[in-house]
Design a protein around this ligand. Structure first.
Ligand code: OSB
Ligand code: MG
Length: 368
């Protein structure tokens, strides 16, 4: 597969409701979409880089720069046997996984479309229905939080994750546990605590959490190992895992017992599958995280979630939780059982709504 042309678009979409984490509040998303053309077929990818460097170092702006000035020059004119070869050719570029992941995933979509098969199939997925949980941002009040959880449970979602930060942790967790004694529940701190906070984090253990996601420093695997030794609740790492080497270090050091997988954070399907296989061999479950994606990124998360070791509900949810109108057709919907049925069509299996995408486009660049 020769990559003839890449179209970059930055689109802007307001969120249905603001999303607050320990690192900030998001009211609208700017996202970079990649349309990669190969043999007359268009593959689509989405960079999950944020507006600012607050979850990870990359931003929309750095991803744009990397794709235009470094990734495209490497890919231009190359002829690949398959998308599985793309990631290795980008290895000379250090880091910038979200930029790489956007392009790499678009080429996987293109390859699946060329072969006329669903992307999940090309990836080696094993299921056609994935289980879903929700990630709930920090709320103004406990009443608001309880009402939100009630609504998500009524919609069918199988597990509830709430964002926490110092000063807003034990109280909401206790309140939810009292109200919902039997639900599957977890928390995500997005690196808001230090190791010396461990006695405070230990108080969360009274509430039967499935896991505590990324409590400590975004790049601090070692301290998570220290913390995991002091906790019975499994730690799940998100921000810390950017490479297969990080995953290996985290598992061997005992820094986590579960890994949150994000295509963008690790740089595409090739590294994601390697980390997946490593975790499978070490009996470490993985689940698919989310980054407030548009339908394009959502579709990729659905395909990724079909791999064997995605054995816990992910943060992959219906389009309408975030967008009044998504950019794919059909939109992502969940069943009353809290699952998403994986589409059967070629590639990602959802059609980009080109007119709507163009209407939302704030800037565009064609690389050829
Ligand atoms: O830490 O998982 C995270 C959103 C933005 C940045 C980081 C995270 C999140 C979420 C939202 O938790 C997951 C979703 O897309 O629903
Ligand atoms: Mg997280």
């Amino acid at each position: 597969m020769k990559v003839r042309k890449i179209t970059l678009r930055e689109i802007r979409m307001p969120l249905v409701t603001p999303f607050e984490t320990s690192f900030g509040r998001t009211t609208a998303r700017r996202m970079l979409l990649v349309e990669a053309e190969s043999a007359g077929v268009a593959g689509w990818g989405e960079s999950v880089a944020g507006e600012g460097p607050f979850y990870a170092p990359e931003t929309v702006e750095t991803a744009w720069h990397m794709i235009r000035d470094f990734i495209w020059p490497v890919l231009k004119g190359r002829d690949f046997e398959s998308a599985a070869e793309v990631w290795a050719t980008l290895e000379t570029i250090r880091g910038h996984n979200m930029a790489k992941g956007a392009v790499e995933s678009a080429l996987w979509d293109a390859e699946a479309k060329q072969k006329g098969i669903p992307l999940w199939n090309l990836l080696g997925g094993v299921r056609q229905e994935i289980t879903c949980g929700v990630s709930i941002g920090i709320k103004e009040s406990l009443e608001d939080l309880v009402a939100t959880v009630e609504r998500e449970l009524a919609a069918g979602y199988q597990r509830i994750k709430i964002k926490i930060k110092p000063g807003n942790d034990v109280t909401p967790v206790e309140r939810l546990r009292l109200q919902f004694p039997r639900i599957r529940m977890m928390v995500d701190a997005n690196s808001a605590y230090r190791l010396q906070d461990w006695p405070h984090l230990k108080r969360l253990e009274a509430y039967y959490l499935m896991m505590i996601e990324q409590p400590l420093g975004w790049d601090d695997i070692f301290s998570h190992a220290e913390l995991q030794r002091r906790l019975d609740t499994p730690i799940c790492l998100d921000e810390c895992i950017h490479t297969e080497e990080h995953a290996r270090a985290a598992i061997e050091l005992g820094a986590c017992r579960i890994i949150n997988m994000k295509l963008g954070r690790v740089g595409g399907y090739t590294p994601a599958r390697r980390i997946h296989d490593l975790c499978l061999s070490k009996q470490v479950p993985v689940w698919c995280g989310g980054m407030l994606e548009s339908g394009i990124g959502r579709a990729h998360n659905i395909a990724l979630s079909t791999l064997e070791n995605f054995s816990l509900p992910g943060d992959v949810t219906a389009s309408r939780r975030y967008w009044t109108e998504d950019i794919i057709d059909p939109e992502v919907v969940i069943t009353s059982q809290g699952t998403i049925r994986v589409p059967d069509g070629p590639g990602i299996g959802y059609a980009p709504r080109i007119k709507r995408i163009e209407a939302l486009t704030a800037r565009k660049d064609i690389l050829q």
